[in-house]
Design a protein around this ligand. Structure first.
Ligand code: GSH
Length: 222
């Protein structure tokens, strides 16, 4: 299998954490494909986005949701996405929540990096800030059920990738004081091998991006 990967993408990181947690990492060759590299990506994913997984069976899978669901059929351990019952829908909803947090954080950052700064829409930023804060608060509720020692299911894997992105691009956002249970869980998850082996970094040889022109802020009154 071959994973079209990136140094910075939280969606790629979700797939990579999944690979480590399920023992599949060694079965996948990672190739770093910048999303701007259209000729390489477009034949595999018409959307031109990463991650893409070439399965080795003649298929290219995208996006991270589909890739992780497929990978869950390829290992012999605990199913990370339960097959049926309320647990399945709880885990899939958790994945949607974590991915939605990543989406909002990504959109907000792209908007806040627009040039010239006069083009930046404050309304758009405010809407994404609300989504970011409410998603973090919902994850704080969810984290109550994430017991140490229990199998790490896909809602937790997705949350780890999303919070890893917040740590990477939103280092000054004071979410931990508003979400203490999530902060405690994230501290524990950060010690896992799957998390440490997948830390993001800037693309080598490319200039480091500037900070967001409108600094991230906690926007929900408690
Ligand atoms: N929903 C997709 C999102 C993938 C995505 O947005 N990837 C970004 C990298 S973080 C990308 O390739 N962006 C390039 C572009 O939009 O052209 C997933 O879960 O895989």
């Amino acid at each position: 299998m071959r994973l079209h990967s990136s140094y910075t993408s939280p969606y790629v990181r979700k797939v990579k954490i999944f690979l480590y947690e399920t023992g599949l990492r060694d079965e996948v060759e990672e190739v770093y494909t910048h999303p701007a590299d259209e000729p390489a990506l477009r034949p595999l994913n018409p959307l031109g986005k990463i991650p893409v997984l070439e399965t080795g069976e003649g298929t290219a899978l995208y996006d991270s949701v589909v890739i992780c669901a497929w990978l869950d059929t390829r290992h012999c351990g605990v199913q990370r996405i339960p097959e049926a019952g309320p647990a399945r829908w709880r885990v899939l909803r958790g994945e949607a929540l974590a991915d939605g947090l990543t989406d909002a954080a990504n959109l907000r950052r792209n908007e806040a990096l627009r040039e010239p700064a006069s083009l930046i829409s404050r309304d758009f930023i405010a809407r994404q800030d609300l989504a970011i804060c409410h998603a973090l608060l919902a994850l704080d509720e969810a984290a109550v059920a994430w017991e140490a020692g229990a199998p790490v299911l896909h809602d937790q894997i997705s949350a780890a990738a999303a919070l890893g992105y917040i740590a990477f691009r939103y280092g000054d956002l004071p979410w931990r004081e508003h979400c203490p249970r999530l902060a405690d869980w994230f501290r524990r998850f950060s010690a896992r091998g799957s998390f440490g082996a997948t830390l993001p970094r800037e693309w080598p040889g490319r200039p480091a991006p500037p900070p967001q022109a409108v600094p991230p802020a906690w926007s929900v009154a408690l």
